[in-house]
Design a protein around this ligand. Structure first.
Ligand code: NCD
Ligand code: ZN
Length: 328
């Protein structure tokens, strides 16, 4: 008994480096056949050499587990020659507006500055991943970015643009407004709201960018995910920070340990839609080549660890009714 998923893939993942990488990666590699690895290290991953070095570090930390790291480059003014050479090493290029989230100080200040790069990406068929927030009021940052997404999609009609970790009803609606706009949705934006961050006791482990939104926004996310929308893909944005950093205000939810057990609860036996959301949609949209891997989830009580290395996971210490078979 249980659910078996074919090649689940996490389309937005922070793995960090060093000891933290070693601590957190088993939680992703046990549940997924691959993941899109974010480039916001210090310094950012912004060359083919840095991609190679980071991928090697990840592969070493994987310890033989079948998991394909889909690497990304941090947006800067790349030349045609660079991108042509590095095309085969990367899945996408990640655009962070400058200063908008963790380690994004080197991000883009004016979108027009990167139009030449976007032209090259369009030609070389390199998808653009976007952290779509302005520097406005925290609850409105993503909604305010909607016209920018639309303009990008219209100016570069052959460029696949992934709206990362969408959290508002307005961005769900954008999916119908341009064929080249795709979206990833996280576990925490799908299941929780701002109430979980500040509605009772302040909970820093739910604090992330974009901030969790209203019940109405969450409902729109839930509906589009349940509809099996082909352009909607799972991307956890699992973003570990050491406890000390969290208490100093770092944004990021470390959700990796609980992803498939909680999504199993969310889909309530609709395995076909579950499979689309966590795998087939992404594989079809982006022709991903992932290792053969089946992941089994069984109905068996499991306690979320209180701490993983120095990181407190989402729902630490809670008892969940489902677990990954063979998981620790
Ligand atoms: C991410 C991180 O910690 O790297 N934080 C977050 O709140 N999501 C960065 C990001 O994806 O915005
Ligand atoms: Zn992220």
């Amino acid at each position: 008994m249980g659910i078996v998923l074919d090649r689940p893939v996490d389309m937005h993942l922070h793995l960090r480096q060093g000891e933290m990488l070693k601590d957190v990666i088993p939680w992703s590699s046990r549940q997924f056949a691959g993941g899109v690895v974010m480039p916001n290290l210090t310094p950012p991953v912004d060359s083919g050499e840095k991609v190679d070095k980071y991928r090697e570090e990840i592969e070493e930390a994987l310890n033989g587990e079948a998991f394909k790291p889909l690497m990304t480059l941090f947006m800067r003014n790349y030349t045609y020659r660079e991108l042509k050479e590095w095309r085969s090493k990367i899945f996408s290029i990640k655009l962070y507006p400058a200063g908008i989230t963790t380690n994004s100080e080197a991000g883009v200040k004016k979108l027009e500055e990167i139009y030449p790069v976007l032209e090259i990406m369009e030609e070389l068929k390199i998808p653009l991943s976007v952290h779509g927030e302005t520097n406005g009021f925290v609850m409105e940052r993503e909604r305010e970015f909607a016209p920018i997404y639309l303009k990008l999609a219209k100016d570069f009609p052959n460029l696949p643009i992934i709206m990362e970790h969408i959290s508002t009803i307005e961005l769900v609606d954008l999916l119908e407004k341009a064929p080249n706009l795709y979206a990833t949705i996280t576990l925490h934006h799908l299941l929780f709201t701002l109430d979980d961050v500040v509605g009772g006791k302040l909970n820093p482990h739910f604090f992330c960018k974009p901030i969790l939104k209203t019940p109405k926004d969450r409902e729109a996310l839930q509906n589009v995910v349940k509809s099996g929308h082909p352009k909607v893909m799972f991307g956890s944005d699992s973003a570990p920070h050491p406890l000390g950093g969290k208490l100093r205000g770092s944004a990021g939810v470390f959700s990796a340990p609980v992803i498939l057990p909680l999504l199993t609860l969310f889909f309530r036996g609709d395995v076909a839609t579950f499979q689309k959301f966590v795998s087939s949609n992404a594989r079809e949209n982006f022709k991903l080549n992932l290792p053969t891997k089946k992941v089994k989830i069984v109905e068996e009580q499991w306690q979320v660890p209180y701490i993983v290395g120095e990181v407190i996971p989402l729902l630490a210490g809670k008892i969940l009714p489902f677990r990954i078979k063979n998981s620790k």
